[in-house]
Structure formats: structure tokens, C-alpha cells
Design a binder for this molecule. Structure first.
Ligand code: NAD
Length: 501
């Protein structure tokens, strides 16, 4: 584990942009990139300023107009997407190690889940475009109407720090599959994996110049320059709700759209007829996978009264027993938080929970005596869903537990949220599961399973969790313009204006 960390750290180059098929010289403002397990800088990011963002957008526009990609056959696009799939898998260990180094997410998760998932995104869209088509309508006598989906043009893809490769790969795979060119902006906190990913694609000469471009830097500098750029056609964004609102305002100036994958505070409802052990395992995974830093975390738990004592007791004991440590250690279940600000934020929620009358069941403190940004996985019991710890996204290994009496009551409390990303239901009663699927105000409902993502279905939120869906037809809607063509087949009689008849 020490070797993997030092091997990956020793090979790091300065992070720069990639514009028109070339890495940019390292001249931009310097921002340190940290390893959250040691709190030490491991690399330097050179920030892309507005000029570099402009060059990246121009390169993407020129590549789009040249048509080598947008007008390539589906077979050619499939070949490239599958080559990227293979490239990710061939370099899985390096990419996973970079992801772990930069995010603090356990290597067991980046290696076995995130990186294979990033590859799968490219395979999925390669297969989807081979089967996907437009629609034809023949109901209007004398006409044939058809709908085709055309690439949008230049897509700005802006990603967060909590799963940099997997979430941005999803956007890149979708944008490219439908014939777009793109400018990618990773989080300035976690630029390492995507930088290496671009280098791998460059070396393998998979895509024509300018089809993918990379800019790096802070949100208010690079991110704003990109989302406000007049020559982008859309933004696909994953990140915080407040940032999503800013980006939407910028897009509104140009009457452009954006797809927003934003925050969540997802309820996980355990009914007393559920398989207790599976619900327990699922609730722990839903709260603590990915260091709890997951948009879809099911960390707002509701447990039915008749099983609540037993559930809360076991959940508390297992939360206390979670192994917190070096994310490269195979035994580690929870790594460090992303940065010091996040540690402070979590601690402020422990305080606010206490002040509002919640009971601390487990954790609740930062771990002193270690260099990195470590905290104890935390669980608090709350009497009311109105508490800040039940309403606001904490984005950390922090679960809240509430008890409930019946379906009516829990539905109302689960839906009492500004977010609406995922609703988790644990029950053995099929009819109840289907009723809850209808009643929960969320973009996705998962029944008796944690964290399952099926790319054939759309993933995304309602309310302040976002706009749009990622996956299959959801990504198509995001990355294409629908065009309708209506053809007269029988020369229908037309009123002859201006003839006086
Ligand atoms: P963030 O909003 O702080 O940053 C996300 C990205 O936006 C970064 O690349 C950042 O540099 C950029 N950015 C910031 N200000 C910008 C601006 N004004 N214009 C353009 N870009 C700007 O989010 P984060 O802290 O990196 O990520 C955590 C958040 O992401 C959480 O709220 C989480 O729920 C959300 N998230 C959502 C999903 C989902 O699918 N719904 C998935 C993962 C994370």
C-alpha cells in the first residue's frame, strides 16, 4: 500500500489544460493539489484563465464544424468509444490509485467500482447508439413525419470532486456518443485522474484533434469563464445546488439549456417487514460508501417503530466499528474527508444537531493525531425531520435516524425536503413497494437495493436536486437537439394566397 501511494505520487506532472490536441504549457496561476490522507500537496494545478477557456471552446467549435466526429459513422464512433473503454480497463490500477490519492476514497472502491464503471459508461453508449434511432409518425394522412436527434455542438462538462473520473466519464461518453465535441472542467480539488485520462486518450490517438478539451481551475475563474462563454451550446453539470443555480443564470443570458445533477438528502425507509439484515447492510452502504460523500447517499434513515430499537442499536454498533484509515489500505472502509473545510462543516452539523435536540449515537468528532482530514463516522437520532441535519446535505459519513409509525406518516416526512434525488424503500410487501415508488417525490426509487445504477434508466433529481436525467434516452435528450421533419406525400391542395381565388 505504501508502494502504490509513493509510486503514483512520484510520477505526477503539473496539471495543465489540453486544447486542440495539445497539453498547454504550465504557465497559469498555481493551485496546490492535496492528498487528503496526508493533507500535503502532491501536485500543482496551473489554472486555465478566460483566454485558455476561449481557446478550448474555439478548438471544440472548429472540431465540431470540421465534422470528422459529428458526421462520423456510428461504427466509427462506436470503435472510438470502445477503444476508450479498453484503455480505461488496461490502466485501471493507475487510474484507481490516482483517484484514491486525490479523493481519499478507499482504493478497494475506486479499483473495483469507480474505474470499471467509468469504462462501462463508454461501452454502454457505444452500444446504445447502435440501436437507437429516431421516430416516424404516419397518422396524418398524406404526410410522413419523422424525428431525428442531432448533436448539439460544443458541450461544457463540469464535474465535482467526489467521483471525478466516473461522473465525468459518464458525461464524456454521452456527449461524444451523440456526435458532440466538448470542453471538460474537473473540480480544481481533484484534477489528477482526468488529466491522466486525457493523456492516455491523446497517446492512443483515439479521437480527432479538438474533439475533447480540458480546462482546469477554480469555479469562479475557469468554471464561470466556461459556463458563460457565448460559444458553448449547453452545460452538463454535476455539483452543488448553489453552483447549479449560478450556472443556470449564466446560461439564461444566452437562452441555453443545461442539465443539472445536484445535491440530495435521500430518505431510506426501513419497514418492519423488510429483511432486517439486508436493510441494515444496505443502510450502512447507503450512508458510508464513498466516505459518505455521495449525492445519492441514503443517509436520512426512517425506521418503523416496531423494529427501531434493534435497528438503531445494531446500526450504531456497526457505525462505531467502521474501519477508518489510509484509503490505500485494503482493510479501510472510510478514508479521509476531502479537505479541512469539509471536516469543519461536518463538525458544525454535529453541533447544530446537538443544539436542536438530536442524540449522538456514534462518532461526532474529528480524529486527532493523524495528518489527514479524518473524522469519526457519525450517526445521530432526530425526533423531527425539520432539524438542519435532516434537511441539509452534509456530504460526509453522517447518518440521521428517525422512527415512524406508518406508511402515510413516513411518506409525508420523506417528501418534506427541498431535494428529490433518490428514495430507498426496504420492504417485503410488493404492493407497498410499488405504492411507495409512486408516492416518493424523487427522480429514482430503489427498492431493497442500495446504490444500484442502471444506465438504461435515467438518473437525476426533481426539486433542487436537478434538471434532466443521465443515462440512455435521458443523455440523448441532454446532448442532442430533436429535429422534426414533415414531408407531404400527396401534394395536398393549398389555399392560393394572393391570387384572389
Ligand atoms: P461544487 O458545486 O462546489 O463544484 C462542482 C464543480 O463546479 C467544480 O468543478 C467547480 O469548480 C465548479 N464551479 C464552482 N463554481 C462555479 C461557477 N460559478 N461556474 C461554473 N463552475 C463552477 O460541488 P462539489 O463540492 O465539487 O461537489 C459536491 C456536490 O456535488 C454535492 O452537492 C453533491 O450532492 C453534488 N453531486 C451530485 C451528483 C448527482 O448526480 N446529482 C453526483 C455527485 C455530486
Amino acid at each position: 500500500m505504501k508502494d502504490l501511494r509513493s509510486d503514483i505520487t512520484s510520477g505526477l506532472k503539473p496539471v495543465t489544460g489540453y486544447v486542440g490536441g495539445r497539453f498547454v504549457a504550465p504557465t497559469g496561476a498555481e493551485i496546490p493539489v492535496l492528498d487528503p490522507a496526508s493533507a500535503k500537496p502532491v501536485a500543482v494545478l496551473h489554472e486555465s484563465d478566460a483566454g485558455e477557456v476561449d481557446a478550448a471552446v474555439s478548438a471544440a467549435r472548429m472540431a465540431f464544424r470540421a465534422g470528422h466526429w459529428a458526421e462520423a459513422s456510428v461504427a466509427q464512433r462506436q470503435k472510438a468509444l470502445l477503444a476508450i473503454h479498453d484503455l480505461i480497463l488496461a490502466n485501471a490500477e493507475e487510474l484507481a490509485a490516482l483517484e484514491t490519492l486525490n479523493t481519499g476514497i478507499p482504493y478497494s472502491q475506486t479499483k473495483n467500482m469507480h474505474v470499471p464503471r467509468a469504462a462501462q459508461n463508454f461501452r454502454f453508449f457505444a452500444e446504445f447508439i447502435n440501436q437507437d434511432g429516431g421516430e416516424v409518425f404516419t397518422q396524418e394522412k398524406g404526410y410522413m413525419s419523422f424525428v431525428t436527434y442531432e448533436p448539439m455542438g460544443v458541450c461544457a462538462l463540469i464535474g465535482p470532486w467526489n467521483m471525478p473520473l466516473g461522473l465525468t466519464a459518464m458525461k464524456m461518453a454521452g456527449a461524444l456518443a451523440f456526435g458532440n465535441t466538448c470542453v471538460v472542467k474537473p473540480s480544481e480539488i481533484t484534477p489528477l485522474t482526468l488529466s491522466r485520462f486525457f493523456e492516455l486518450i491523446h497517446d492512443a490517438e483515439i479521437l480527432p484533434e479538438g474533439v475533447i478539451n480540458l480546462v482546469n481551475g477554480r469555479g469562479h475563474v475557469t468554471g464561470e469563464a466556461l459556463s458563460a462563454h457565448p460559444d458553448i451550446d449547453m452545460v452538463s453539470f454535476t455539483g452543488g445546488t448553489a453552483t447549479g443555480a449560478r450556472i443556470l443564470s449564466a446560461l439564461a443570458q444566452g437562452i441555453k439549456g443545461g442539465a443539472m445533477e445536484l445535491g440530495g438528502k435521500s430518505p431510506s425507509i426501513v419497514f418492519d417487514d423488510a429483511d432486517f439484515d439486508r436493510a441494515m447492510d444496505g443502510a450502512l452502504l447507503g450512508s458510508f460508501m464513498n466516505n459518505g460523500q455521495m449525492c445519492l447517499a441514503g443517509s436520512r434513515l426512517f425506521v418503523q417503530e416496531s423494529v427501531a430499537d434493534r435497528f438503531i442499536e445494531e446500526f450504531t454498533a456497526r457505525t462505531k466499528a467502521l474501519r477508518v484509515g489510509d484509503p490505500f489500505d485494503p482493510a479501510t472502509e472510510i478514508g479521509p474527508m476531502i479537505n479541512a473545510a469539509q471536516v469543519e462543516r461536518v463538525m458544525s452539523y454535529v453541533e447544530s444537531g446537538r443544539a436542536e435536540g438530536a442524540t449522538l449515537l456514534a462518532g461526532g468528532a474529528s480524529i486527532e493525531g493523524r495528518d489527514g482530514f479524518y473524522i469519526e463516522p457519525t450517526a445521530m437520532q432526530a425526533e423531527s425531520n425539520a432539524l438542519a441535519i435532516c434537511q441539509e446535505e452534509i456530504f460526509a459519513p453522517f447518518a440521521t435516524l428517525q422512527t415512524f409509525t406508518d406508511e402515510e406518516e413516513v411518506t409525508e416526512r420523506a417528501n418534506d425536503s427541498m431535494f428529490g434525488l433518490v428514495g430507498y424503500v426496504w420492504t417485503a410487501d410488493l404492493e407497498r413497494a410499488l405504492r411507495m415508488s409512486r408516492r416518493l417525490a424523487t427522480g429514482t426509487v430503489l427498492v431493497n437495493t442500495p446504490i444500484m445504477r442502471d444506465l438504461r434508466t435515467g438518473f437525476g433529481g426533481i426539486r433542487q436536486s436537478g434538471i434532466g436525467r443521465e443515462g440512455a434516452k435521458g443523455s440523448r435528450a441532454m446532448f442532442t437537439e430533436m429535429k422534426s421533419t414533415i414531408v407531404a406525400l400527396e401534394r395536398p391542395a393549398l389555399p392560393r394566397m394572393g391570387t384572389g381565388s
